[in-house]
Design a protein around this ligand. Sequence first.
Ligand code: FES
Length: 239
Amino acid sequence: MSEDKCTAKIKIVKDGPYLVVGNIPMTKQTIIEDEHGQAVKWKADDCFPLKEQYALCSCGESSNSPYCDGTHQKIGYDGTETASKGNYLENPETIEGPDLILTDAQQLCALARFCHRKEGGVWDLTEESYNPEYRASAIQGAWDCPAGRLIAWNKKTGKAIEPPYVPSIGIIEDPAKKVSGPIWVRGGIPIESCDGTPYAVRNQLTLCRCGKSRNKPFCDASHVSKGYIAKTTDPSNTL
Ligand code: FES
């Protein structure tokens, strides 16, 4: 385990921001679609300075997004955490293919849409994972799922096949849907509830930054149905 991984942490402030500590680098991550409307890649922009500690907005109303500007206090934001603190493997759906197993925790979906591949959905591709091309596409689809809803497993070894992320944060923008997305937390950064209890550590997950999720602190894709667009004084930070 790296030193960064030991010190990096996100602490949820009651009805307030996410306090990020441990020099965690942050980039803007934009979903890029092809001409058929298929999400095909992530575009990363280095527009945020490295800081030892910073507070990220969770209520969706900051005028200096993605950073907190104290607006949560003025609006009486209710950030009550309703998500399970249990393990990802509590009750995901399991799809078993000839070479891969896919687990799918649907309640974590952040609607990033990389699971719909040009060869088919990751579910069908898993069922046809005897084909190396389909197997690779199913794995890539799971890797590109920022919420960690989908995890591919090696059927022979029983081990998860996960992207080797270092601790880092991505601020998701989704111009095709004309919305701002959640906070992408990568590399197994521990998340601590406002009551001090830890959430299960996962390689990647998405924290709500629109304030509308019904599964706080995690994103449940409400930012799409609510048409959330982050406000900022720095136009390089958003859509
Ligand atoms: S950012 Fe996705 S539900 Fe809030």
